[in-house]
Design a protein around this ligand. Structure first.
Ligand code: DQA
Length: 141
């Protein structure tokens, strides 16, 4: 199974950005852990600070990936266009956030992605990504 993680604006600064909220690890460090833990899956990761690039990544990923884990960061709360892209593709998208956005400022309570996401995972720190990937794994029956 091929899963793409897409990280939005300012998430390239994880490790130094507001560590009291987002922790002290870089995403690259955490991604190595994910690759090891989920070594039976094909995980890929991209980050962009630009709205249009995130939309291109979503459209392209829909052709080759089985699932997408999307942390659109601040664009979650502002971008009709990213919300439309998630709606336009058939590949399931799980929305993730490191912080519990509902425990923060009011403007972070709105998501333009949630309505068209397969599900949402937020507030578990970087572990939110782990839980999102796990959500794509089918239960053994
Ligand atoms: C975030 C929450 C957003 O509100 C914020 O703008 C981010 C990160 C999170 O992962 O907690 O940049 O998506």
């Amino acid at each position: 199974m091929k899963i793409l993680i897409i990280n939005g604006p300012n998430l390239n600064l994880l490790g130094t950005r507001e560590p009291e909220i987002y922790g002290g690890k870089t995403f690259e460090e955490y991604f190595s852990h994910l690759q090891f833990k989920f070594r039976s899956l094909e995980l890929s990761y991209v980050q962009s600070n630009m709205e249009g690039e995130i939309i291109n990544e979503l459209q392209n990923a829909a052709k080759t990936f089985d699932g997408i884990v999307l942390n659109a960061a601040a664009y979650t709360h502002t971008s009709v266009a990213i919300g439309d892209a998630v709606k336009a593709i058939e590949t399931p998208v799980v929305e993730v956030h490191i912080s519990n956005t509902h425990a923060r400022e009011d403007f972070r309570h709105k998501s333009f992605i949630a309505a068209n996401a397969k599900g949402l995972i937020l507030g578990f720190g970087l572990k939110s990504y782990d839980l999102a990937i796990t959500s794509f794994i089918k239960d053994e029956e």
